[in-house]
Design a binder for this molecule. Structure first.
Ligand code: SF4
Length: 84
């Protein structure tokens, strides 16, 4: 039996909705590089999110953001101080 509407805890958006993630990626790529963290920091942030109970279908239930967008911005931090 398939469960097309089931939620995915601890999944990033790219894992649950590739089409929407493509749109988000285009937006992320358009952001000034000076405003974004580097690849290492970005991966570290997303790794922490993927271990977090607040992550549901790519969205942080603590702040309502897609973590792939929240995590890329230098100025952002985790609302629960799991990453800075
Ligand atoms: S931003 Fe923080 S609270 Fe939200 S999913 Fe990531 S680690 Fe968890």
């Amino acid at each position: 039996m398939e469960y097309p509407n089931r939620i995915c805890k601890r999944c990033l958006l790219k894992e649950v909705d590739a089409e929407y993630f493509e749109s988000l990626s285009i937006y992320i790529n358009s952001i000034d590089e000076d405003l974004k963290v580097g690849n290492v920091t970005y991966k570290e942030r997303l790794d922490i999110c993927q271990e977090c109970d607040k992550l549901v279908d790519g969205m942080c239930s603590g702040c309502g953001c897609y973590v792939e967008l929240r995590g890329i911005m230098k100025k952002n931090k985790c609302p629960y101080d799991k990453w800075l």
